[in-house]
Write a protein that binds this ligand. Structure first.
Ligand SMILES: Cc1cc2nc3c(=O)[nH]c(=O)nc-3n(C[C@H](O)[C@H](O)[C@H](O)COP(=O)(O)OP(=O)(O)OC[C@H]3O[C@@H](n4cnc5c(N)ncnc54)[C@H](O)[C@@H]3O)c2cc1C
Length: 459
């Protein structure tokens, strides 16, 4: 290789030649915009890739893959950049950054949508809601559709319509051998199986096609806040109420702080069934206890999908721990309440989610997303702004996780697995782990795609 060698092993000439043929923009450490392009949602993640290739289309993705392979460099893939573990980037890697691939095509007649892999949930919802349609997506509008769907994808619509991966009809995938395949139930069915829950282990999704459902456009949603000293009662109410509630209601329970810093317990939810039934469905939630405030109201589904955005600002510092729970018995309730009371940041929270319904009617081996038993999902989320407080808040997470982990069921949703949890890959993929590993050997024998919850290196 001639010319000035960069620390990465990519020569300046090689990069210039690549740039000249690349339709999207490219960024190296010497570019002014490099730092902005390598910023991720979790401000704690500070990765310095050798080259960020912002791809404008599949041809750019193919060339980026070839560059990484020829240079013998690892390849990272960036969708929405929201992953808490910062898996979208890696030090010294070539990054296929799909964030410029944003087209969405809705087919209202057949109730389907095809979206490129850089699309964010707010964008997909906006396009599909123009036709009164939606598919299950994340509840923060700036999350990427690709990373979320490939890992499973939970959201307000899941109880009724299944997870995001359950609504995937087909996916265009560039596999590490440099071939573009359209995987669906009919074609490359094994690859399709692995792309629905296996994360980015097998290939780079360049576009995703989803089934759509009539939703809204008006739904009834919001949150109800109770005083923190009622947290145990509210959790017990949630435990009894949500498993029996209609599947058109998605409801989470969070122990968090109000905007003025007051600790509260919140019931946060979205009812997307017939509006005439909303009052009756929500009556038990709204009449329980003595809330501080009830903000449930009719609102556009698109608004509902961005209601929580401000609570998760990009660039803040985050540390998560999570597990599905064996149950939410009183011992777990008390431990959760105690853990929440010891929060060291008003922005930190402990959240419980429930997905009983359509996801449980899919068999455990139908997709690589294996968590099909109705179980409460527990998420401990620490958030703060000041890097000087890193130890304080990460210590809190470590401490409370020591108390809460024993209530876990030995299962975890891969999309919320954070740094330092590499040992949980088998927990994340469950019964599908072995099949996923076989597919990995077939599609990516050199483990080019390793910045994910990686089945090749898992113990
Ligand atoms: C504020 C917030 C709210 C969230 N809410 C939800 C929620 O409601 N429901 C839910 O299920 N999850 C939720 N999540 C978790 C979310 O699913 C993960 O963070 C997911 O990884 C985000 O996808 P992304 O494309 O934005 O991430 P990225 O960080 O870009 O990528 C994450 C992983 O996916 C891989 N990847 C991304 N795009 C592709 C692609 N096109 N092909 C192959 N691999 C790819 C990356 O290489 C990386 O390993 C939330 C996360 C945050 C931060």
């Amino acid at each position: 290789m001639t010319g000035s060698m960069l620390a990465s092993g990519l020569s300046g000439e090689l990069i210039e030649a690549f740039r000249a043929e690349h339709r999207g923009d490219c960024f190296t450490p010497s570019d002014d915009a490099y730092d902005a392009r390598r910023a991720l949602w979790n401000g704690m993640v500070d990765k310095r890739p050798a080259l960020i290739a912002r791809c404008a289309g599949v041809a750019d993705v193919l060339r980026t893959l070839t560059l990484a392979r020829d240079a013998g460099l690892p390849l990272a893939v960036r969708g929405g950049g929201h992953n808490v573990a910062g898996l979208a980037l890696c030090d010294g890697a070539v990054v296929a950054d799909l964030s410029a691939m944003r087209s969405v095509r809705v087919d209202p007649k057949n109730r389907k949508v095809r979206a490129e892999a850089g699309v964010l949930w707010g964008e997909l919802d906006r396009e599909t809601q123009a036709f009164g349609l939606a598919t299950t997506g994340g509840i923060v509008s700036t999350t990427g559709i690709a990373g979320l769907t490939l890992g499973g994808g939970v959201g307000w619509l899941a109880r009724k319509y299944g997870h995001s991966c359950d609504n995937l009809v087909s996916v265009d995938v560039v596999t590490p051998d440099g071939v573009l395949r359209t995987a669906s139930a009919e074609d490359h069915a094994d690859l399709f199986w692995g792309m629905r829950g296996g994360g980015g282990n097998l290939g780079i999704a360049t576009s995703l096609e989803y089934r759509l459902h009539p939703v809204g456009p008006t739904v009834v949603g919001g949150m109800i806040l109770h005083p923190a000293d009622r947290a145990a009662d509210v959790l017990r109410f949630y435990r009894e109420f949500i498993p029996a509630a209609p599947e058109e209601l998605g409801l989470y329970c969070g122990l968090l702080s109000a905007p003025d810093g007051t600790p509260v317990v919140a019931l946060i939810g979205c009812y997307h069934g017939p509006l005439d039934d909303a009052e009756a469905v929500l009556a038990p939630v709204r009449s329980f206890g003595t809330p501080i405030v009830d903000m449930f109201q009719q609102r556009p589904y698109v608004e509902m999908q961005s209601l929580l955005d401000a609570a998760f600002p990009a660039g803040a510092r985050y540390r998560w721990r999570s597990s599905f729970l064996r149950d939410l018995a009183d011992g777990a309730v008390d431990a959760i309440v105690e853990a929440a009371a010891s929060r060291t940041s008003p922005f930190s929270a402990i959240v419980l989610e429930w997905y009983g319904g359509a996801p449980n009617r899919v068999s455990e081996d139908a997709t690589a997303f294996p968590h099909r038993e109705p179980q409460f999902d527990l998420i401990v989320s620490a958030m703060w702004m000041d890097p000087g407080e890193d130890d304080l808040h990460t210590d809190w997470v470590r401490r409370v996780w020591g108390d809460l982990a024993p209530y876990g069921s030995g299962r975890v949703y891969s999309n919320v697995v954070d740094r330092g949890e590499e040992g949980r890959v088998r927990e994340a993929y469950g019964a599908g782990f072995s099949r996923l590993r076989e597919l990995k050997e077939r599609y990516d024998p050199d483990n080019m795609l390793r910045y994910n919850h990686n089945v090749a290196t898992a113990g």
